[in-house]
Write a protein that binds this ligand. Structure first.
Ligand SMILES: N[C@@H](CCC(=O)N[C@@H](CS)C(=O)NCC(=O)O)C(=O)O
Length: 262
C-alpha cells in the first residue's frame, strides 16, 4: 500500500491522502467539517474531526487514480459533500472487480458505503441513511416533489440507444424535458425552490451524462426553447461539490458506448 499526502486546498482542510488499496485506490479528500464538541467554559471553540466515511465508487477507465462515470456514485458523493462530511473514496475497477470489493458488495455494484460498521449498497438507501444519520444541513426533498424529473434519465437512455429516428424516443425525452422546464420556471431555481435538495443531487449527474453522451453520439443538445432546463443544468454543474465529484467527459463517452453500439 502506498500513501501520497497532498497539501490541503483549503485552510479548514485536515489532510488529503491517496492510498493504494489492493486493486482499488483510496482518496482522502479535504475535510471541511470540524464537529464542534461540547465547549469547555474556559476554552474557545474546539474542533474535532469526524472519521472519514468509506465509500466505494467506480474508477475511471481512461485515467489512472480518477473517479469514474457512475451517476449513482456522484449522487452519493454530492450528498456527502453537501453535508460537509470527510470521506475516503475507494476506486473500484468494475471491469476487474477485486475480491475485497465482491465481499462487501456481492452484487458487484457501486456505490457502497460503510455506515455503522456495515457496508450499504444502493444510492437511494445510502442517501436516505446519510440524511438520517447526518441531518444537518437537511437535504430531504418533500415527497410530493421527490419524483420531479425522474423520467428524464430513462427517456435519455431510450433516445441514446435508438437507431430508428421515427420511434418516438427523442420526442419522449423532449416531453420530459418540457415538463421539467415548466416545473423549474414555476418553482425553481431548484426542485425544492431556493435550495438544493436530494432530488437535485440525483438528477444533476444524470443530466451531465445526458449532455455529454447525446452531444457526442447524437450531436444533440438541449434546445434554447428550454431555457429553464439549461439554466438548471448550468447552476448544478457549476456547484463546487459537482465540479469536485464529476466524471471526466471521456469516461462518460466510453461508459455509454456499449449502450449505443451494443
Ligand atoms: N440502483 C443502484 C444502481 C447502481 C449501479 O447500477 N451501478 C453501476 C455503475 S453506474 C454498477 O455498479 N454496475 C456494475 C457493473 O458495471 O459491473 C444505485 O442507485 O446505486
Amino acid at each position: 500500500m502506498s500513501t501520497l499526502r497532498i497539501q490541503p486546498s483549503t485552510t479548514s482542510a485536515i489532510s488529503s491522502t491517496i492510498k493504494n488499496l489492493h486493486l482499488g485506490f483510496s482518496f482522502r479528500l479535504p475535510c471541511k467539517n470540524y464537529g464542534v464538541s461540547k465547549r469547555p467554559r474556559n476554552l474557545s471553540v474546539m474542533a474535532v474531526a469526524t472519521d472519514p466515511l468509506e465509500v466505494c465508487v467506480k474508477a475511471s477507465s481512461t485515467s489512472p487514480n480518477r473517479l469514474g462515470d457512475c451517476p449513482f456514485c456522484q449522487r452519493v458523493l454530492l450528498t456527502i459533500e453537501e453535508k460537509h462530511l470527510p470521506y475516503d473514496m475507494k476506486l473500484v475497477d468494475l471491469g476487474n472487480k477485486p475480491e475485497w470489493f465482491l465481499k462487501i458488495s456481492p452484487e458487484g455494484k457501486v456505490p457502497v458505503i460503510k455506515l455503522d460498521e456495515k457496508w450499504l449498497p444502493d444510492s437511494d438507501v445510502i442517501t436516505q441513511s446519510l440524511e438520517e444519520k447526518y441531518p444537518d444541513p437537511p437535504l430531504g426533498t418533500p415527497p410530493e416533489k421527490a419524483s420531479v424529473g425522474s423520467k428524464i434519465f430513462s427517456t435519455f437512455i431510450g433516445f441514446l440507444k435508438s437507431k430508428d429516428p421515427s420511434d418516438g424516443s427523442q420526442q419522449a425525452l423532449l416531453n420530459e424535458l418540457n415538463s421539467f422546464n415548466d416545473y423549474i420556471k414555476e418553482n425553481g431555481p431548484f426542485i425544492n425552490g431556493g435550495k438544493v435538495s436530494a432530488a437535485d443531487l440525483s438528477l444533476g449527474p444524470k443530466l451531465y451524462h445526458l449532455e455529454i453522451a447525446l452531444g457526442h453520439y447524437k450531436n444533440w443538445s438541449v434546445a434554447d426553447s428550454l431555457p429553464h432546463v439549461k439554466s438548471y443544468m448550468k447552476t448544478i454543474f457549476s456547484m463546487d461539490s459537482f465540479i469536485k465529484t464529476r466524471a471526466l467527459p471521456d469516461d462518460v463517452i466510453v461508459g455509454w458506448r456499449p449502450k449505443v453500439f451494443g
